[in-house]
Design a protein around this ligand. Structure first.
Ligand SMILES: C[S@@+](CC[C@H](N)C(=O)[O-])C[C@H]1O[C@@H](n2cnc3c(N)ncnc32)[C@H](O)[C@@H]1O
Length: 300
């Protein structure tokens, strides 16, 4: 009789060791990864014996998770807005909260054969969108995938992050995003966009969470932004009108307690129709504002 563990027993033992909130789900993902199979296969074969070579790989993955490494780094992947994205330690791990920002952007944009909303300019260049601080490319690629007729520019100050974003665009076969290395707007002189979206760093630099959980494995340059967490948001808001087309929108993700500050910053530079959207957890997460300028020749 074989003394090899069954898949089910290996999963139960691993889950008891891990003790995270989602340990059952996580150990399944780790074993799926080790075996190169999907969840349906794993469940259908739970009474199969786990071969020693696979068991060894599984234990190595489990040990990384026990040491606190994020699942997205171990699996080198995270799903965002239905897209499977490559994730590395050079990039922020895309968060479900950021889907609120994509929803807000798509609301203002034509998808498929939908006609252009009357609140957008129709110029010879067509609709253009800027994603500031693109990381894995999550936001830009989600928008581009849903609006193939729209052109996007996605910038990041991190060359390794941009390389990951480009790899994601190629892997997903999404052609309508151009990736540019830039310190925020620095290389965009003379360019104007219908929509500027950003999930910039917005955590206070002394926030204790930066050295806890998944955050300690992510680049600090993707997370922290000065004493009050608002340095990058301030910079983006203060410069946005130079780069927004008339009636164009600025949409920013921010901390759950930063909506009033972001609203005030947007109001100070003259943006209008400012409103805050909540994430799935019910927290204030995204604030949007519109360039009030109207150039009659660009409008219906
Ligand atoms: C919070 S992460 C967001 C990543 C991605 N957009 C997402 O939502 O998953 C912020 C991103 O801003 C980039 N960043 C930080 N400072 C920047 C700067 N001065 N100019 C451009 N990008 C910057 C970081 O490298 C990081 O990729």
């Amino acid at each position: 009789m074989s003394n090899l563990l069954s898949i089910k027993a290996a999963l139960q033992m691993a889950s008891a060791q891990l003790k995270t909130e989602e340990s059952v789900f996580e150990v399944q993902l780790l074993l799926q990864y080790a075996l190169g199979v999907n969840r349906t296969w794993l469940i259908a074969h739970e009474h199969d014996a786990l071969q020693p070579n696979i068991h060894e790989v599984f234990e190595a993955l489990l040990n990384r998770r026990l040491a606190g490494e994020p699942m997205a780094h171990i699996l080198a992947s995270r799903e965002f807005y239905g897209l499977d994205l490559l994730v590395t330690p050079d990039t922020l791990i895309p968060r479900p909260d950021t889907e609120t920002l994509v929803d807000a952007a798509l609301e203002k944009l034509p998808t498929g054969a939908t006609p252009l909303p009357s609140s957008f300019s129709r110029d010879r260049e067509g609709l253009s969108i800027l994603d500031l601080g693109t990381g894995t490319g999550a936001i830009a690629l989600a928008i581009a995938h849903n609006c193939p007729q729209v052109m996007l520019v996605a910038v990041d100050a991190s060359a390794p992050a941009l390389a990951v974003a480009k790899q994601n665009a190629a892997q997903l076969n999404i052609p309508n995003v151009t990736f540019v290395l830039s310190d925020w707007f620095d290389v965009l002189a003379g360019k104007r966009f219908d929509l500027i979206v950003s999930n910039p760093p917005y955590i206070e630099q002394n926030d204790a969470h930066l050295v806890q959980g998944d955050l300690r494995f992510e680049p600090i340059s993707a997370l922290a932004s000065g004493v009050d967490g608002l340095d990058d948001i301030r910079h983006i808001v203060e410069h946005c009108l130079i780069y927004l087309k008339p009636q164009g929108w600025l949409m920013l993700e921010h901390g759950y307690n930063q909506a009033d500050a972001v609203t005030n910053l947007m109001a100070q530079v003259g943006l209008v129709e400012i409103e805050t959207r909540k994430d799935l957890g019910g927290n204030d997460r995204v604030t949007i504002g519109k360039n009030p300028l109207i150039v009659s020749t660009h409008w219906d």
